[in-house]
Write a protein that binds this ligand. Structure first.
Ligand code: SAH
Length: 384
């Protein structure tokens, strides 16, 4: 049997493993505490575990974190982690400080298969799902990068990939994060899952008892435009998507977040704003307008500020909380981060690199990752 990564296991599974190795469930809980509470990943350092159990564990399991290939700091304080997985795949997480918060934006897949027209990751296709260990691992790693006493306070699953297309591993990772007894102990109110609009996944999520926030990448107010921007709309159109959202069990005083990327001349007219207000009628919603983040080869433009503000006013006048999320980390040229992914993926396939990718459009070039986290990174105080 191949070695199992302890970091992808629920505390209850660690208990079962301890029993399987001839120890008590209590030892499994101790193990979970070391890994998830104390952030200690070296079995040798877990001194209160019997030596024999540690030896048996070493024979059966590993404690594997992604390797940090590079940390790219931004002048605004955010940091992008470029992580190398055991099979050579590359993913990103982005840590974004904001007042008393540290929000971490996590990836759930290597690449993404949904091919949204405005998204750079969408041009790559999906390589594979991340395991629960690799999702939790991103959080544990970011945690080690913070000074003692500081903690990642909020988690958004808005990095590379579609969380609901990697449903089981995403949900398992969230359960490890929210296990208050021996897991990481995060309140589900501090965790946000963002989806392209995978209705089957939203419906499944509605039946779990997770209590996490849901963010919907809406991006258009008519099926015609949404279909052009997001192929997933051909499987589940606006009606189906908003129906699923209306049925989603929303805890008291919580809202559904809607992300709306502002693409000049595409989805930013005042008619769009009025239609959006109508579409969201009856939904406890919060809208995050995300000015488009440019990348080489993109066929879209960020609209002028006046357009964004006019759009926002229509929504505000309709009584919908609406914020504009300006991206952080422009200076860390997140396109460079994607460049390394492209290079890594191409190298693995033995292909030359796309020379176009070698020249990101200077400071304007941004990979969607460092911008998106903020889409719901800062819900109004008291909400999370
Ligand atoms: N697959 C999930 C999460 C990843 S993308 C989802 O679709 O929600 C996170 C957010 O960033 C989504 O709302 C996505 O549409 C948005 N986004 C992607 N590319 C962008 C770009 N170039 N500029 C601004 N936002 C972008």
């Amino acid at each position: 049997m191949s070695a199992q990564n302890l970091l992808g296991l629920l505390p209850s599974e660690l208990e079962a493993l301890a029993r399987e190795l001839g120890a008590s469930a209590y030892r499994g809980r101790q193990l979970a505490t070391w890994l998830y509470r104390k952030g200690v990943f070296d079995l040798e350092a877990m001194t209160d575990l019997p030596k024999e159990l540690r030896e048996r564990l070493r024979g059966r399991a590993t404690v594997g974190l992604p390797a940090i290939e590079r940390v790219v700091p931004s002048r605004d304080g955010s940091r992008k982690f470029i992580l190398r997985l055991a099979d050579g795949g590359t993913i990103h997480s982005v840590l974004m400080p904001d007042d008393d918060r540290q929000t971490l934006c996590l990836s759930t897949q290597v690449g993404c298969g949904f091919a949204c027209a405005f998204c750079h990751t969408g041009t790559m296709g999906v390589e594979r799902n991340l395991g629960a260990d690799e999702i939790v691992g991103q959080l544990l790693l970011a945690q080690t990068a913070l000074p003692a006493g500081e903690r990642v306070t909020h988690v958004v699953l808005m990095g590379m990939g579609e969380p609901l297309a990697n449903y089981a591993n995403t949900v398992k990772a969230i359960r490890i994060m929210t296990d208050t007894r021996h897991g990481l102990g995060y309140s589900p109110r501090r965790i946000t899952v963002s989806t392209v609009g995978l209705v089957s996944g939203i419906e499944k999520l509605a039946r779990e008892d997770l209590g996490v926030n849901l963010a919907i990448s809406l991006h258009a107010t008519t099926d015609l435009v949404r279909e052009r921007l997001m192929p997933v709309n051909r499987s589940w159109n606006l009606d189906a998507l908003l129906g699923a959202v209306r049925r989603f069990p929303l805890p008291a005083r919580r809202r559904i977040f809607f992300e709306y990327v502002m693409l000049d001349q595409v989805n930013t007219s005042l008619d769009d704003a009025h239609r959006l207000a109508r579409l969201l009628r009856g939904i406890r919603a919060k809208v995050n307008l995300i000015p488009f983040n440019d990348w080489e080869g993109a066929e879209f433009r960020r609209p002028p500020l006046s357009t964004i503000l006019a759009f926002q006013s229509v929504l505000l006048d309709a009584g919908i909380t609406t914020t504009v999320r300006w991206s952080k980390g422009e200076d860390i040229g997140a396109a460079c981060g994607q460049l390394s992914e492209v290079r890594a993926a191409a190298a693995r396939r033995g292909e030359p690199m796309n020379p176009k990718m070698a020249k990101p459009r200077a400071a304007a070039a941004r990979f969607e990752l460092s911008g998106v986290g903020e889409a719901v990174a800062s819900p109004p105080r008291g909400e999370a």
